[in-house]
Design a protein around this ligand. Structure first.
Ligand code: FAD
Length: 336
């Protein structure tokens, strides 16, 4: 039986692993990770589907395909009986900018409801906002979505191994194809210095009266999820401090309560920090490595999603799965 392993149990690894099982049910899939669910970066993401300029594939066409296929994937889940368990909901809200009309546009305008706000409407928000838009999009709450994917992976016969992987070569002897979905771990696992942590600090609060998201270009965003509202946040390049920083807490709280004063009455559930695995171009590509015992093996990389991993997971995973199946088929032909 052909075998593939996936390194990484964040949203990218789990989506890749489950889509691989669906695409080729005859393949044995094993998942390796040293962190699961609560301990991953993925778990704290707000999960909003709002592509920004920093989400990039190797070309405009590929980026667009990832977005369109990803949006369609989550839309299908939303319209299925699994939507609640998978943590997928529809969410509308506003994008605001102090001086950049481009910030309030979105590449998914043609896929959803979108309109620019009038200057009068924009002035109804507290602050010096000059441009605004209304967008209807999707939100994927990873506190539900990761367990949903892991359960689905196991139900489809996948094996889960909790282990720190020290090199991809050590797995290459055992498997026909290795999928590398290690996020920030790729910095060490494949020596990719282009992967850089972008530190994000947020509050999770109870504020059930907040029904619409508000996303600004001033490091202030308010995103209502299913079980809590995310109030953030920082975007600190090449900063890997995992502890909550009291100065950041003050700045986030001040900016967000000035944007939405009713948040002052919200109950804080927790503060959280995550390191986004940023790469100038998300890496989805195949390479051949030599295993410890000298066997040439295909590695399919899928990492570097930065601030867009939840949104970007399905589209990039579909791409990675196509590359993994091509590698498997090429290996089968070579054996014949
Ligand atoms: C504050 C904040 C808000 C965010 N909001 C959004 C949002 O609204 N929308 C959106 O789309 N994205 C958002 N993101 C970004 C998103 O969280 C990330 O892009 C995404 O989680 C990356 O997923 P991943 O699976 O690549 O990485 P991770 O979740 O970090 O998972 C990596 C996995 O690889 C494993 N691993 C790594 N190295 C090894 C090794 N050597 N051996 C074994 N296992 C290994 C880890 O154990 C882990 O299981 C946000 C991020 C932050 C910090």
């Amino acid at each position: 039986m052909p075998s593939v392993c996936v390194v990484g149990a964040g949203v990218v690894g789990l989506t890749t692993a489950t889509l691989l099982q669906e695409a080729r049910p005859g393949v044995r899939v094993t998942l390796f990770a040293d962190k699961f669910e609560e301990d991953t970066t993925s778990v704290g993401a707000a999960g909003l589907f709002t592509p920004g300029a920093m989400f990039r594939g190797p070309s405009e066409d590929v980026t667009w395909r990832w977005l369109a296929e990803g949006f369609a994937y989550y839309k299908r889940l939303l319209q299925s009986p699994e939507a609640d368990e998978a943590g997928v909901v529809e969410l509308s809200g506003y994008k605001l900018s102090v001086n950049d009309p481009g910030h309030v546009r979105t590449p998914i305008e043609s896929l959803t409801e979108f309109r620019l706000l009038t200057p009068q409407e924009t002035r109804t928000f507290n602050g010096d906002w000059k441009y605004g838009s209304f967008v209807k999009t999707l939100l994927v709450e990873n506190q539900r979505h990761l367990p949903y994917l892991l359960k689905k992976f196991r139900r489809n016969g996948g094996q889960v191994v909790k282990r720190h992987v020290t090199s991809l070569e050590e797995l290459a002897d055992e498997f026909d194809v290795v999928c590398n979905c290690s996020g920030l771990g790729a910095r060490v696992l494949c020596g990719d210095r282009d992967v850089v942590p972008v530190r994000g600090q947020i509050f999770q609060v109870k504020a059930p009266w907040v029904k619409k998201f508000c996303f600004t270009d001033q490091d202030a965003y308010i995103i209502p999820g299913i079980d809590h509202v995310t109030v953030g946040g920082t975007r600190q390049f090449d900063n890997s401090k995992l502890e909550v920083d009291k100065f950041d807490s003050r700045a986030i709280w001040e900016k967000c309560t000035s944007l939405m004063p009713s948040l002052k009455d919200a109950k804080v559930i927790r503060e959280w920090v995550g390191l986004r695995p940023h790469r100038h171009v998300v890496r989805v590509e195949s390479e051949v490595i030599t295993s410890k015992r000298g066997k040439p093996t295909h590695v399919v990389h899928n990492y570097g999603h930065g601030a867009y991993g939840v949104m970007g997971a399905p589209g990039t995973a579909m791409h990675a799965v196509r590359l993994a199946l091509e590698a498997l088929d090429a290996g089968t032909k070579a054996k014949l």
